[in-house]
Design a protein around this ligand. Structure first.
Ligand SMILES: [Zn+2]
Length: 313
C-alpha cells in the first residue's frame, strides 16, 4: 500500500468512470448525428427516431422482439478450435477475441435459437456486427450448420439475420471454407423442402454475401442496408468511376431484382410470421391474441401452451 495505489489510482479510475456514464445514456446516430436517449432508442428497436436509420441490434434484442413473448431457447453450437493459425497482426487473435467477448457479453459472432413466431415453430440465427464486425469464422459456419440441422430435426423454417464485414481474416482459409460449408447447410434445407429465409441488415458484405446470405428462398432487407461483395470505395478505386446514387443499398438491390422485400424493423416480425405460415401451409396467424413482449410479461409467460391455446386451435 502506498500513495500511488491509495490515492492516485482511485482518482484516475473515477475520472474515467465519470466520463463513461453520459456515453452510455446517449447514442449518436451514424447517419444524421442526432443524440438519441438509450431508453427511447431501445423502444424503437435501435432505429433512429429522427431519420429512420436502422442501427445494429444485438442478437438477443433481436430475438426478444422476434419470438412470441420474447421466449426462445438457444441452440448449442459446437466450439471450434481456438486460433488454429496462431495469427497475429497488431494484436494476437485470442486477445482480439477476449476484447470482443468482453464488449458484447457473447462468446462469438452468431447466436442460434429456436422458438415460435405467431405460434409457428422456427429456428433462427442472428449475426452480431458488434462482435469483430460479425465476421464469418469457423464458429459462424458451425452455427449455420447447427441451425440448419435443428430445423431439419424439428421440420421448421430457418431464418437467418445476416450482418457482417465478411470472412474472418485471422482464420485464413478456414474462414473461407465456411462459404461452401454454409451453402451445403442451405442445400440440406432445400432438399427437405423447408423454407430458408434471409434478412439482410446493415452492412452485409464480403464472403457472407457470396454464400449463405444470398441463398434465401425469400430475401428481405432492412431499409438503407449496405449489401455488397466489395464495398463502394474499393469499386470506385478499381474502376475509377463515380458510382450511381444509392448504389448497393437495399432499395437499389430491390429495384434491380436482387431482393424480394425491403421491410422496416418494426414490421419485420409480422411479415416473417405471414411468410412462414404461408410457406408451411398454415392458416393465417390470429391477430391481437399475442401481447407485445415486455419484461413483466416475459417473466410471467408460461413455458407450455395454456388451456386457452388448445381451445382456439
Ligand atoms: Zn438518424
Amino acid at each position: 500500500m502506498n500513495w500511488i495505489s491509495n490515492y492516485v489510482r482511485p482518482t484516475i479510475d473515477s475520472l474515467f468512470s465519470r466520463r463513461e456514464v453520459p456515453e452510455n445514456l446517449w447514442t449518436k446516430c451514424d447517419s444524421c448525428g442526432t443524440m438519441l436517449f438509450h431508453r427511447e432508442l431501445a423502444g424503437s428497436l435501435n432505429v433512429c427516431m429522427s431519420c429512420g436509420h436502422h442501427m445494429n441490434i444485438s442478437p438477443r434484442d433481436r430475438f426478444d422482439q422476434l419470438f412470441d413473448n420474447g421466449i426462445y431457447r438457444e441452440v448449442k453450437v459446437p466450439t471450434p478450435l481456438a486460433d488454429p493459425l496462431q495469427f497475429r497482426d497488431q494484436k494476437r487473435y485470442p486477445d482480439r477475441m477476449r476484447a470482443a467477448q468482453k464488449k458484447t457479453g457473447e462468446a462469438e459472432a452468431m447466436l442460434v435459437a429456436e422458438g415460435e413466431i405467431g405460434r409457428s415453430p422456427i429456428v433462427s440465427a442472428c449475426q452480431d456486427f458488434s462482435f469483430m464486425g460479425g465476421s464469418m469464422g469457423m464458429h459462424v459456419g458451425n452455427a449455420l450448420v447447427a441451425g440448419a440441422e435443428r430445423a431439419l430435426e424439428r421440420h421448421t423454417p430457418f431464418i437467418v439475420f445476416a450482418a457482417a464485414g465478411g470472412a474472418r481474416m485471422q482464420e485464413g482459409i478456414l474462414s473461407l471454407m465456411q462459404m461452401p460449408r454454409s451453402t451445403v447447410a442451405v442445400q440440406m434445407l432445400r432438399e427437405a423442402g423447408l423454407p430458408y429465409i434471409v434478412v439482410l441488415t446493415h452492412p452485409t458484405t464480403g464472403g457472407v454475401t457470396a454464400s449463405y446470405a444470398m441463398l434465401g428462398d425469400i430475401q428481405i432487407a432492412e431499409p438503407g442496408a449496405l449489401i455488397c461483395f466489395a464495398g463502394p470505395r474499393v469499386i470506385e478505386q478499381t474502376i475509377r468511376e463515380k458510382l450511381p446514387e444509392g448504389f448497393q443499398s437495399a432499395e437499389y438491390l430491390l429495384e434491380h431484382g436482387m431482393l424480394d422485400r425491403v421491410t422496416e424493423r418494426k414490421n419485420m416480425r409480422d411479415e416473417l410470421i405471414m411468410i412462414v405460415r404461408m410457406l408451411m401451409r398454415q392458416p393465417p396467424a390470429i391477430k391481437g391474441e399475442l401481447p407485445p413482449p415486455g419484461p413483466a410479461e416475459r417473466q410471467k409467460a408460461p413455458e407450455k401452451p395454456t388451456q386457452t391455446d388448445a381451445g382456439t386451435q
